[in-house]
Design a protein around this ligand. Structure first.
Ligand SMILES: C[S@@+](CC[C@H](N)C(=O)[O-])C[C@H]1O[C@@H](n2cnc3c(N)ncnc32)[C@H](O)[C@@H]1O
Length: 243
């Protein structure tokens, strides 16, 4: 695969993740950094882990990658760098230029692009990754799962991480550095194992397996429902067969 190893600026980056405090935390390789809900509840973000190398849980996911890999919300790129080292074609996408720049510096191929924008090789990726809480991107797990289905080749896999607790939540959050600097509000979601598998089933995915490593929960999903669009006559057209 010849993915562009550049931090392309073809679209306006999302200010929620673009501006400080995320860029600052990535620059220093550490938090504190939180997602703050409107009611003041704080979710600590694991910036140190994201900026480090892969761990056993990450490697349990990487070993299940097949074909070319799209890491959605790649952050500073530990996974795409590890995949590149293994010789596997991989592209990271992220809306934060600071994250994309680091991912490229670490030896990965990465693009500054939202998952909801047009992406290279749509419908041809062998594996998609949604790690580190990224099922929350866009604040609507079902919409994200539908979007990812359209990115994969027939028979492609989604490797997705669930929240460590049983939760099914859609909310508005801001990035918070714990010292008074707040980012702009954006929609986010959290889905624990049960909720994730429920959303997956409801959007036409089959769970091939699920597993836990060092307290982190993962699932391997395979698309089973065909994608339909309205034909000019109004009759449905099948774009991808059941797998
Ligand atoms: C919870 S962090 C995950 C960090 C990352 N997986 C890592 O290895 O460091 C969420 C990441 O998703 C990115 N993101 C948020 N919205 C996005 C979108 N619509 N499309 C692509 N990436 C997005 C953020 O910029 C951030 O880097």
């Amino acid at each position: 695969m010849t993915a562009p190893a550049v931090a392309a600026q073809r679209s306006a980056p999302d200010p929620a993740w673009w501006a400080d405090p995320y860029a600052l935390a990535l620059r220093h390789g550490k938090g504190p950094l939180f997602l703050r809900r409107a009611d003041g509840w704080l979710l600590p973000l694991e910036v140190e882990r994201w900026c480090a190398g892969t761990d056993a849980a990450d490697r349990s996911v990487l070993s299940r990658c097949r074909g070319t890999v799209l890491d959605i919300g790649c952050g500073p790129g530990r996974l795409i760098a590890a995949l590149a080292e293994r010789g596997r074609g991989a592209l990271g996408i992220d809306v934060a230029p600071a994250a994309v720049a680091q991912a490229v510096r670490r030896g990965g191929s990465a693009l500054c692009r939202s998952v909801f924008e047009t992406l290279p090789r749509e419908g041809h990726w062998g594996t998609a990754l949604l790690m580190d809480g990224n099922i929350g991107i866009g604040g609507n797990p079902s919409a994200l799962l539908e979007r990812v289905a359209g990115l994969l080749t027939p028979g492609g896999r989604l490797l997705v991480e669930a929240a460590p607790v049983e939760v099914d939540e859609r909310c508005e959050v801001r990035l918070d550095d714990g010292r008074g600097t707040l980012g702009t509000p954006f929609p986010w979601a959290r889905a624990g194992r049960r909720a994730l598998l429920h959303h997956a089933g409801a959007t036409g995915w089959r769970t091939a397996r699920s597993w836990t490593v060092t307290g982190r929960h993962f699932a391997e999903l395979v698309r089973v429902a065909p994608l339909h669009v309205a034909a000019p006559t109004g009759a449905p057209v099948c774009l991808g067969g059941a797998q």
